[in-house]
Design a protein around this ligand. Structure first.
Ligand SMILES: [Zn+2]
Length: 320
């Protein structure tokens, strides 16, 4: 679907899908988005869902394909032309009057108004009458950076939907907590069991929430995997840690990173199941340590896939 290209927005997509499924689609929506191109993709995806011949936004039926190509006759795009304003004439001609004409090939007719906050007051007033008595097939999607620029009479007749701006993943965590957790990630290759329990204790003394630890570990190894597999650090979630992650990656094989990511999933499950946090985190750190020549292997690791090569196995010492 077209809106698949918009990251996140799960709640919003679900809300719109549910509205279509339950036949509770409104006649007018305001899509407020800091990034108007994301707003436009959402509007096009919603149009696809509304007009799909199977009601699913399948992406493959004729209707879905026409929406995707931007050539569906029942999806009308209205955008500011001269001087970057939407005048009353434009709104009348392209929307108000046009809506009198029945849909061409579907049961709905959708008007996507780009930069709708550029409507003049007269234009908004002209739209008002249509919003009050829309024909059964008419749906208006107003895209705007800021919904506050609409007249209260417009606002009260539209369903306001806000696209969530994706918070910077790093900023989701207080800096001190982030440092406390990520410094452990960076030094995992040097930690013995005493070091591990020391690290876990310090997190608990600092009252770092378990979700923070789990999430940061996930980001750390996710970024490391990206680096190892694509040699690319431009899309790191922990972008300010780029240098440290690349440095730590030296100690890990591709498989060890995947093993660490599985360990993060297990830790999350254990915490969810109320396993003692100290135990869960000790296990997490044990499982996330890279195998290096400085650290003896556990018997379990020795037999595991992570060192499939017999020669390589001999290279490491066995932990007694
Ligand atoms: Zn379809």
């Amino acid at each position: 679907m077209l809106w698949d290209s918009v990251p996140g927005q799960g709640a919003l997509k679900k809300r719109l899908s549910d509205a279509v499924r339950h036949g509770q689609v409104s006649h007018a929506y305001i899509l407020e988005a800091a990034d108007l191109s994301a707003g436009m993709q959402m509007a096009r995806g919603f149009s696809q869902l509304l007009l799909c011949e199977y009601g699913t936004g399948c992406g493959t039926c004729r209707s879905c394909r026409l929406v995707e190509m931007g050539s569906h006759l029942d999806v009308i795009y209205v955008l500011p032309e001269k001087n970057n304003v939407l005048t009353v004439d434009e709104i009348r001609k392209k929307l108000v009057d046009d809506m009198e004409i029945r849909p061409f090939r579907s049961s709905r007719k959708i008007y996507v108004v780009d930069q709708a906050d550029k409507m003049t007051v007269e234009a908004q007033n002209a739209l008002l009458k249509t919003l009050e008595e829309p024909p059964s097939y008419g749906i208006i999607l107003l895209l705007a950076e800021n919904s506050e620029s609409f007249l209260p009479t417009i606002l009260s007749r539209c369903v306001l939907l806000r696209l969530q701006t994706d918070p910077d993943p790093e900023e989701r965590f207080p800096e001190e907590e982030r440092r406390a957790v990520l410094s452990v990630c960076l030094n995992l290759h040097e930690l013995d069991s005493t070091g591990i329990s020391g690290a876990v204790d310090s997190w608990q003394e600092a009252h770092i929430p378990s979700e923070t630890v789990v999430m940061l570990f996930r980001y750390w190894f996710r970024d490391m995997l990206l680096w190892k597999s694509a040699g690319n650090d431009t899309r790191f979630l922990l972008h300010s840690e780029s240098r440290n992650i690349r440095e730590a990656a030296e100690h890990y094989s591709f498989q060890q990173i995947q093993k660490a990511l599985s360990a993060v999933d297990r830790a999350e499950t254990r915490i969810y199941l109320n396993v003692n946090e100290t135990i869960a985190f000790n296990m997490l750190l044990m499982d996330c340590r890279p195998v290096t020549e400085n650290r003896p292997l556990t018997a379990e690791e020795f037999d595991e896939y992570l060192i499939p090569d017999e020669e390589e196995k001999r290279f490491y010492r066995m932990e007694s």
